[in-house]
Design a protein around this ligand. Sequence first.
Ligand code: PEP
Ligand code: MN
Length: 338
Amino acid sequence: MEPGATPEQTAAVITEIENLGFTSHPIYGEHLTVVAVVGKHPGALREHFESLDGVSRVQLIDQSYKLVARAGREGSAFDVGGVTVGGGELVVIAGPCSVESEEQLMACARAAKAGGARLLRGGAFKPRTSPYSFMGLGERALELLAQAREETGLPVVSEVMDPRRVELLAQYVDMLQIGARNMQNFVLLAEVGQTGLPVMLKRGLAASIDDFLNAAEYIASQGNDRVLMCERGIRTFETTTRNTLDINAVPVLKRLTHLPVAVDPSHAAGERDYVAPLSWAAAAVGADVIMVEIHPTPSTALSDGGQSLDFASFAKLMDGLRGVPRYSYRSARAVEAE
Ligand code: PEP
Ligand code: MN
């Protein structure tokens, strides 16, 4: 739509799209409203759409992912329990890999808050490589997360693995997490898309950026485009670290999608000594969000202790992060537009 288009003009465009048998997905940005048209060959009606009142131009999107494609759009920002993600300010999510007990989670929540994290994470249902490993406390963990939010004011995020549990998780969390192993669980993606809750989608261990964006499109196609894309390391030939952080993914995703981008250095490295330097790299390259795992006593953690930071290391990481200059895609796009 034109920058000065009225809500009535936008509404009339949406009605026309629907009358012609297409689906419309309006995206309301800070400066511009974009109406995405999905259906068979809407491009054939390009001139017709262009002639409607208030329409600035019609852009055809070649990629298979249409709703999440950048396509000249400004970066999208959304609210997660009162915290803006994608709004230009770096948001840190911290918390334990798994919620283990009330004491452990409350201690993490307080340390996260004191260090400047804006959201609290904590696994309730855990995807574990071995079926004999700790699987999480389930609903009890969700109750504890809600209690921690109550006490600290930090919104909470937790992973959902099973489409049958989406409703349960949605009762407790401010953002749902889809884990790397479920990135292409299309039934689960559709289910979380229907909740309307923000979703942090983690990149699959061996997923290309194209696969990753198409997975986000599954969620968006359900009418929910509040998706946070999380790079968490991919499998490569390298064995000194658990995974290899694909730092390229940040600028590549910034170019290809309007969705905000997160980096999870904890799972990428699998080793706590690398978490601070990789977090700084993520901030510098312009990630919108960084997610790190913390634990009061990492050596006793029931999952991912080796990559979890104790509270003193977390505080140090956060102090250092404040001094890291961040690459800004806003200004880069402004330059492109000139
Ligand atoms: C996690 O965030 O605890 C997790 C299991 O991550 P991933 O799905 O990226 O392995
Ligand atoms: Mn973990």
